[in-house]
Design a protein around this ligand. Structure first.
Ligand SMILES: Cc1cc2nc3c(=O)[nH]c(=O)nc-3n(C[C@H](O)[C@H](O)[C@H](O)COP(=O)(O)OP(=O)(O)OC[C@H]3O[C@@H](n4cnc5c(N)ncnc54)[C@H](O)[C@@H]3O)c2cc1C
Length: 413
């Protein structure tokens, strides 16, 4: 018997299903795609950075504005709980040199397979090819496709993801249905995405794919350290993603942003100046920079792309200005910012204007960098929404109406 219907079979929805099914609640999970967890599998291609090992206060500070319900959810199902959860599914984790946590297999598929097996054993029913399309005029939840005959549940958890990489399932349409139903939402925008730079064609062609290692990047007063990689349009990588909000805000306001690259963050400007002064005269510029500071060819050539600046070489090495003329689109972003606003929800993640309907995962309005913070938030809010749902079920609520058409209407195909 379906007591709770979960919409979305990503990490947030499956975690909610796990917590509720372990508590003996009858669960059906639906998803519009032909298989579950497609984005999780895609994250597995990069080694599946599940979470991060830094202390919890520091961990929580990575989330913009730190919404209270989100931080409560993460404190309740913390990075250590996520590691124990993965180990329980046969996927023990390790911590990399940067503090990021990965399963030892560096893959998502064994974890997802074991998880779906466990959920099946707990009686969770998975219905694929079935799409959530908002609410009918009479207030029934509208589902299209898949087999018909779904029972009316006592509660619903929406875990329909964000809007990046839409071909993996979550395409932002669900948020439009919520907006149409009067739920306060923040439009999705690209986060953790590449930046477009006005570099010469020669530089981009020659260095596309080259890594910029151990750099420091600053934008609008925020700073990040790490790596980036040159692409045919500009830069991608963790050091850039960490400044997503600052870059996005500047580009939205003025159409452009300036990034300041420190190519040698562990050397002071005066030390660099002294090293350059010690070089023998008559050498090429590339040789001087390489010998004095150990700069890779890509960094040496990058200095030549800086445009007018009025700085000497040492000044440029410490603060190389890059002019961002745009961001890569949602289609190419790792995640999306925006979603269901926290003021639309109570502390248990239930929609204030729709009793019995909870929200979890990336469809919540939060933003965080890569580093394991995105998946941790999806798992934690899934578990938190499930706990809220359990408490709600104790109040013996009435069933929620469903309007389920088994066939996808021609107009919607
Ligand atoms: C390339 C890539 C790499 C990533 N790597 C990492 C990483 O290493 N570490 C990290 O922390 N994060 C990573 N992420 C982000 C992470 O995968 C997401 O934050 C996470 O999957 C969000 O989980 P979710 O359950 O909220 O949403 P999703 O995983 O998107 O799941 C939502 C589900 O809802 C379904 N759905 C959507 N709309 C409907 C509808 N109308 N009806 C029915 N079903 C619907 C979708 O088909 C989907 O299965 C990566 C993302 C990408 C794209």
């Amino acid at each position: 018997m379906t007591e709770v219907l979960i919409l979305g079979a990503g990490p947030a929805g499956l975690m909610a299903a796990d917590v509720l099914a372990q508590a003996g609640v009858g669960i059906t999970v639906i998803d519009k795609m032909p298989s579950a967890g497609r984005r999780l599998l895609m994250a597995g291609r990069g080694g599946l950075n599940l979470t991060h090992s830094e202390p919890l206060p520091q961990f929580l500070s990575r989330y913009d504005a730190q919404p209270k319900a989100l931080t409560q959810a993460i404190a309740a199902f913390a990075p250590s709980n996520l590691q124990a959860f993965a180990a329980d599914l046969g996927e023990p984790c390790f911590t990399g040199p940067s503090g990021r946590v990965f399963p030892k297999s560096m893959k998502a598929s064994p974890l997802l397979r074991a998880w779906l097996r466990r959920l099946g054993g707990l009686g969770v029913v998975l219905r694929l090819g079935c799409r959530f399309e908002g609410w009918t005029d009479k207030g029934a939840v509208r589902l299209v496709g898949g087999e018909g005959g779904l029972q009316e549940p006592r509660a619903i958890i929406l875990a329909l993801g964000g809007a990046s990489w839409p071909r993996l399932g979550a395409d932002g349409q669900a948020l439009e249905h919520l907006r149409a139903a009067g739920v306060p939402v923040q439009p999705f925008t690209a986060s953790n995405c590449g930046v477009n730079l006005d570099w010469s064609l020669g530089f981009r062609t020659r260095f596309a794919g080259a890594p910029l290692k151990a750099i420091q990047v600053s934008c609008a007063g925020a700073t990040s350290r790490g790596e980036a990689v040159v692409t045919p349009y500009g830069l991608e990588g963790g050091a850039i993603y960490a400044l997503s909000r600052q870059i996005r805000d500047a580009v939205t306001e003025t159409g452009a942003a300036t990034l300041w690259l420190d190519l040698k963050p562990d050397l002071s400007e005066s030390e660099i100046r002294q090293r350059l002064a010690r070089q023998k005269p008559g050498q090429s510029r590339a040789n001087r920079l390489r010998k004095a500071c150990g700069l890779a060819p890509v960094l040496i050539n990058l200095i030549g792309e800086a445009g007018p600046h009025g700085l000497d070489e040492a000044g440029l090495i410490k603060a190389l200005p890059l002019h961002v003329c745009g961001l890569q689109s949602l289609d190419r972003a790792i995640s999306s910012a925006g979603g269901v606003r926290f003021d639309a929800l109570d502390a248990s993640l239930m929609l204030v204007n729709k009793p019995g309907v909870f929200v979890a995962g990336e469809m919540l309005d939060f933003d965080a960098p890569t580093g394991g913070y995105l998946l941790q938030a999806a798992f934690s809010t899934g578990a938190w929404a499930a706990k809220g749902t359990l408490a709600y079920l104790q109040t013996a609520p009435p069933p929620l109406a469903l309007y389920h058409t088994g066939q996808i209407p021609r107009s919607a195909v």
